[in-house]
Design a protein around this ligand. Structure first.
Ligand code: SF4
Ligand code: MG
Length: 321
């Protein structure tokens, strides 16, 4: 099953539907228990749309995202409340998800009340535990968001996500707004919580370096299509798609490890508009290895074995069925 989400484009005062944006086109994946799946790509590639589909903030038109054996996107509406409790989200801007006029105890405790898990003194006790789990102090519960740094606020966002005892946490650019040293601390916290609680993560980011650090498997998206899938280390060591190669090249250091990498492909130019994607391979307008057929034919996601896939015609001969 492939996941497709078309957004109507509204133009003019009549808000007439004049076209459709293919936000996610042929995306299908599974997340296993205790696993971290990374989703990487430039902005506008559909990563956040996938996040919103997983959390059912938007309804998919078709397709599948399987978690722990269950297809999340076809779950009936009636089961959504229980489902929402088991899947939580951590957002890019921690402050925007915290009410500035609410004490931390009430922000972090809000899902506990909403889901009927705890209230009153039970809620306070649980919030204290949650704050300590994310490396903050129980005393912090009486403070307001502005009294915290960005890194601390993101820890609060994580505590809030943990409050309902979820199985899966979707992290949408969860460390992107933080300084690099703070990013590492928050990533390490996420890994520690994963070991302790057996959590699964869908970790979404534009920065391959960050995604690689935390993910078991990595999915590379371009303009709403999956272009490469593989385990994080193999993708870094030997990318099988020119777009991934460009992403890897962009973070290669000028010495040591990076020098050994042959960076053949450097993607040039802007990402085309998702409302008017190119024909054929979506990457052909920026691909240094473009061939004639790439301009008209859409490359399928070739299975290369060893849990690796690539949607590039250059890999066609290596495809296993
Ligand atoms: Fe480049 Fe063609 Fe491969 Fe697309 S299919 S990535 S344009 S070589
Ligand atoms: Mg986004």
């Amino acid at each position: 099953d492939r996941l497709v989400k078309h957004f109507p484009i509204h133009r003019g005062i009549l808000k007439r539907t004049v076209g459709q944006v293919k936000a996610v086109d042929g995306v299908s994946f599974t997340v296993g228990r205790g696993e971290t799946v990374g989703l990487v790509g430039e902005s506008g590639c559909g990563k956040s749309t996938v996040a919103r589909m997983v959390t059912r903030l938007i309804e998919p038109t078709s397709g599948s995202i399987t978690f722990d054996g269950a297809d999340l996107v076809s779950l009936p509406r009636a089961d959504l409340k229980a489902y929402r409790r088991k899947i939580q989200m951590v957002f890019q801007d921690p402050f925007s998800s915290l009410n500035p006029r609410m004490r931390i105890v009430d922000s972090v405790g809000e899902p506990l009340v909403a889901h009927g898990i705890a209230s009153g003194q039970d809620k306070v006790r649980r919030v204290c535990e949650l704050l300590e789990m994310v490396g903050l102090s129980a005393k912090d519960r009486n403070k307001y968001p502005h009294q915290f740094s960005g890194g601390q606020a993101q820890r609060i966002g994580i505590a809030r996500a943990l409050s309902t005892d979820p199985d899966l946490i979707v992290c949408d650019e969860a460390v992107s707004s933080l300084d690099v040293s703070v990013q590492a601390q928050v990533l390490n916290l996420l890994r520690q919580l994963q070991r302790e609680l057996g959590l699964s993560y869908l970790f979404i980011a534009h920065d391959l370096n960050v995604v690689r650090y935390i993910s078991d498997r990595v999915f590379v998206m371009y303009l709403g299509r999956m272009v490469e899938v593989g385990d994080a280390e193999s993708i870094m060591a030997a990318p099988q798609h020119p777009y991934t190669e460009a992403l890897v090249g962009a973070i290669a250091t000028p010495s040591g490890e990076g020098e050994e990498r042959r960076i053949r492909a450097v993607a040039k130019g802007e990402v085309p508009s998702p409302s008017n994607p190119p024909k054929g391979c979506y990457f052909h307008t920026r691909c240094p290895l473009v061939m004639d057929r790439c301009r008209t034919e859409v490359p399928p996601l070739y299975n290369l074995g060893d849990d690796r896939s690539s949607a590039c015609f250059l890999r066609e001969k290596e495809a296993v069925s």
